[in-house]
Design a protein around this ligand. Structure first.
Ligand code: ZN
Length: 309
């Protein structure tokens, strides 16, 4: 969410607030069980129906895909060369998606590389159009930055909180009633110091809350996760490995709790279904029935629209 200390312009916090209201009072029922893995990309590829998906203005990934990730291939199309990542899956059709890292192609294991490349060539007009749109978005992205000073504001659990430098105790204090975070720094504190302190607090809160929600949803889903780490991935809200290691983007802390719960439920559901097939979504639905809305919200709020911290 661009957090703009009241400087006019797009009011993203209100989007989040609207969402908070929309979700207010909803609760998730109970679950069933099973076992497996996967991760939650920010754009497109987690959709059950997968036509080419236009990304929502992603960022180039901060960290390259790690071991096991698809490698980048290059295809020459006339005068242009196109880089893409090829991922094999159990799906029956070839899927294309474009996100912060460019084009990804998902194809059934039995489809040859030649067939994949033929499909890309057939789809090239769409692909190049979408890649160009994505590039434009990146270029046009004039990101509002938080002005790190007394009186700055940023979303926390879907609602704006006010940053104050001075605190009564001289240390960090959060007052939920007034939604004020007093960080206990002198009036002449540098922006960097303010930022570090606020970010540190946000991450601490994120970790505490994520573990709490993971524990809750793990019980509902009857799964066990082995660890929880914070990530700051630019293209992912969360991930889950087959050995039960969950990573959650700490920036989720800007969103209302139901959105965090959705990501938590999503990742834990991968411990039962290592895919994004119908059974996976049924699993998610058992503990988080309003997952479609939450998923949509996250798509509309890619991380580069979150405050720059
Ligand atoms: Zn997933």
């Amino acid at each position: 969410m661009p957090v703009q200390p009241r400087r006019g312009g797009a009011s993203q916090p209100s989007l989040i607030s609207r969402l908070a209201r929309k979700f207010a009072g909803r609760r998730a029922p109970e679950a069933a069980l099973d076992h497996l893995q996967l991760d939650l990309p920010l754009f497109g590829s987690s959709t059950p129906s997968t036509p080419p998906v236009m990304p929502l203005a992603p960022l180039p990934p901060e960290t390259p895909r790690t071991a096991g990730g698809p490698r980048t291939r290059t295809l020459q199309l006339g005068a242009r060369s196109l880089e893409y990542k090829l991922k094999r899956s159990a799906r029956r059709t070839i899927g294309f998606s474009i996100d912060g890292s460019g084009l990804s192609v998902t194809a059934p294991r039995w489809v040859t590389l030649t067939d994949v490349e033929t499909a890309i060539a057939e789809k090239q007009k769409w692909i190049f159009t979408k890649l160009a749109e994505w590039k434009n978005r990146v270029e046009q992205r004039a990101l509002p930055r938080i002005i790190w000073e007394d009186g700055a504001s940023l979303p926390f659990l879907g609602k704006p909180i006010l940053i104050r430098l001075e605190s009564n105790s001289g240390t960090l204090e959060f007052d939920a009633a007034s939604a004020t975070l007093a960080i206990g720094l002198p009036a002449h504190a540098e922006a960097e110091q303010i930022k570090d302190r606020v970010q540190g607090w946000l991450q601490t809160e994120a970790k505490r809350l994520f573990v709490e929600r993971l524990d809750l949803y793990a019980v509902r889903l009857e799964v066990n996760y082995s660890s929880c780490a914070l990530s700051s991935a630019a293209t992912r809200w969360g991930s889950c490995s087959s050995d039960g290691k969950i990573r959650l983007n700490w920036r989720l802390i800007h969103f209302p709790l139901p959105i965090i719960d959705y990501v938590v439920a999503h990742e834990l559901s991968h411990l039962r279904e290592m895919n994004h097939g119908p059974r996976f979504w049924e699993t998610v639905e058992t503990v988080f029935p309003e997952f479609r809305e939450a998923r949509q919200t996250l798509r509309q709020h890619p991380p580069e629209l979150l405050p720059i911290l």
